[in-house]
Design a protein around this ligand. Structure first.
Ligand SMILES: Cc1cc2nc3c(=O)[nH]c(=O)nc-3n(C[C@H](O)[C@H](O)[C@H](O)COP(=O)(O)OP(=O)(O)OC[C@H]3O[C@@H](n4cnc5c(N)ncnc54)[C@H](O)[C@@H]3O)c2cc1C
Ligand SMILES: NC(=O)c1ccc[n+]([C@@H]2O[C@H](COP(=O)([O-])OP(=O)(O)OC[C@H]3O[C@@H](n4cnc5c(N)ncnc54)[C@H](O)[C@@H]3O)[C@@H](O)[C@H]2O)c1
Length: 470
């Protein structure tokens, strides 16, 4: 056994682990990075990157069928599904060097391509090496949760870990789970020409504002996706090419291919956390506000840390722990300024509290301002008028924003800035937005907050009258 001593040992080279490694080594720490599978983790190999690449392919196919209102004759695209998958793997290949062993070794990180396992509270074994570190970072991510549904074992099915390798176009894809993974991949497939049925046990897009989700779901249905809510999959029968999903309400849905998208489970199996004195919970590893586990030498970040599961959260966590582990400074992770977006069309995006959450927390003090895309000139020009922004305001400051509509993921960023910096609504209203941009919906939402205060106020009218007289 080779023994290695280091300042920081990071377990897992996905979005979180790579961010810590790159930051820490460039600030002078000695860093060991362990990766037992693919550098880049879920986001690069099985998550954000391939899903967004497939969505982009679907978007092109869709544009070919929807040009009539612009005067462009619609054509039914000839889709080469395998070639679309080539596009997906080319995009991954293009990003891979950025996350590669070579790049990180070039930065000075000692990359060990083995799984790490705790053998004591201060030591991790990776292959034939034992690493002792001043601090450990668990950044092992999550994997698709495949529930113990009766019959599922005996029927071929996909998860996000192998659907991007599928090269034969599904005739009829059944997706179990109507969360972001299910809905993004459902729309990509329907646009590429597959028939798609989504079976959702509760409410599709259930983590988003229901009013906004309803707008998105209407569009998804209008594109031909069959979305069945309250359809809890209980039993699976059939075989390759002929799969039947039986739901709790006694119905049966049949298709040729099956995608499971019912949530995630934390990657803790290989860590032997007991040796480190850490107890995992069902959702992942419990951490305090500074992202430390019950073993104070060990941090947990990203998907494994029982919280929001997004690449940008893993990256944010990295910054939080670098401050604490390298500089010994107090550093806490917050969640109330974290945005997220779901890349269906129309896009959905959220930061801070939804209307329901804000009402629960602030009661009557809450003001909700709204602005419809239909009132935005650029949206009219682009025929992208399906959309709505809602901003939740308490005493002149936004505490949440929800957007459904074109480019919602881009538009939410100004509200993410506002929430992160505790800005007032006046900061948004004072901004001059270029015309005509979709971004004007943000300013108009702020305008909707100040409008009644300016235009419906007898006091304002009295002052204006007085000033004009003198
Ligand atoms: C289909 C899909 C689409 C998504 N789209 C988006 C999106 O658009 N935007 C977004 O923000 N998020 C998206 N996500 C979520 C995003 O992928 C994750 O939040 C992100 O990858 C989490 O990063 P992480 O570093 O915590 O874990 P990961 O990226 O999963 O990395 C963990 C790494 O640890 C390694 N590992 C595990 N155990 C060990 C061990 N014992 N020793 C050594 N290595 C180990 C794994 O092999 C893996 O490489 C998507 C996820 C999926 C599945
Ligand atoms: N755009 C993005 O940022 C993006 C995209 C994809 C995934 N992600 C991340 O990945 C995480 C996981 O996504 P997900 O969609 O797998 O999980 P999810 O938990 O968000 O949704 C899973 C859905 O499956 C349903 N379900 C569970 N069991 C079922 C059953 N037996 N029958 C029918 N429905 C059932 C649940 O009710 C739920 O609505 C997300 O929470 C998100 O953090 C992010």
């Amino acid at each position: 056994m080779e023994r290695i001593k280091t300042d920081l040992c990071i377990i897992g080279a996905g979005s979180g682990g790579l961010s810590v490694a790159a930051g820490a080594v460039q600030m002078g720490a000695s860093v060991v990075l362990l990766e037992g599978h693919k550098m880049g983790g879920d986001c690069l190999n099985y998550g954000c990157v391939p899903s967004k690449a497939l969505i982009a392919a679907g978007k092109h196919a869709h544009a070919m069928t929807t040009g009539a209102p612009f005067g462009i004759k619609p054509v039914k695209p000839t889709v080469d599904y395998a070639a679309a998958k080539d596009h997906v793997s080319n995009v991954i290949k293009g990003i891979e060097p950025h996350d590669s062993v070579e790049r990180f070794q070039g930065l000075g990180v000692n990359v060990i391509t083995e799984f790490g396992t705790f053998i004591s509270p201060t030591e991790v074994q990776a292959g034939d090496k034992i690493i002792t570190a001043r601090r450990f970072v668990i950044a092992t991510g999550s994997s698709p949760f495949v529930p113990p549904i009766d019959g599922l074992d005996g029927v071929p099915h996909f998860t996000n870990e192998n659907i991007f390798d599928l090269r034969e176009q599904p005739d009829h894809l059944i997706v179990i789970g109507g969360g972001p993974i299910g809905m993004e991949l459902a729309q990509a497939h329907v646009r590429l020409g597959s028939k798609v049925t989504v079976l959702e046990g509760m409410k599709a897009l259930g983590k988003d504002d229901p009013e906004l989700a309803a707008i998105a779901l209407e569009r998804l249905r209008s594109e031909g996706i069959e979305i069945v809510e309250g359809a809890l999959a209980e039993k699976i029968t059939g075989g390759a090419g002929d799969i039947n999903v039986h739901t709790k309400d006694g119905k049966t849905y049949s298709g040729t291919h099956l995608l499971m998208a019912v949530g995630r489970k934390p990657n803790v199996d290989k860590l032997d956390l007991e040796q480190a004195g850490i107890k995992p919970t069902r959702g992942g590893i419990k951490v305090d506000a500074s992202l430390k586990t019950t073993n104070k030498r060990v941090y947990a970040i990203g998907d494994v840390a029982a919280g929001l599961q997004f690449t940008h959260v893993a990256g944010y966590h990295a910054g939080v722990i670098i401050k604490s582990a390298l500089f010994g400074l107090p550093s806490k992770a917050k969640t109330d300024h974290i945005p997220w977006a779901t890349y269906i069309d129309p896009e959905m995006a959220q930061v801070g509290l939804t209307e329901e959450q804000a009402r629960e927390k602030h009661g009557d003090k809450l003001e909700v301002v709204r602005f419809e895309y239909a009132e935005n000139d650029r949206a009219r020009a682009e025929l992208a008028t399906t959309g709505l922004i809602k901003v939740m305001v308490i005493k002149g400051r936004p505490v949440g924003a929800s957007i459904v509509g074109a480019q919602a993921g881009e538009l939410i960023q100004i509200w993410a800035l506002a929430l992160a910096n505790n800005l007032k609504m006046s900061a948004i209203a004072n901004m001059v937005a270029p015309y005509p941009t979709l971004g004007e919906v943000n300013k108009r939402a702020a305008g909707a907050y100040f409008g009644p205060r300016l235009f419906d106020s007898t006091m304002v009218k009295r002052i204006v009258g007085l000033v004009q007289r003198f």
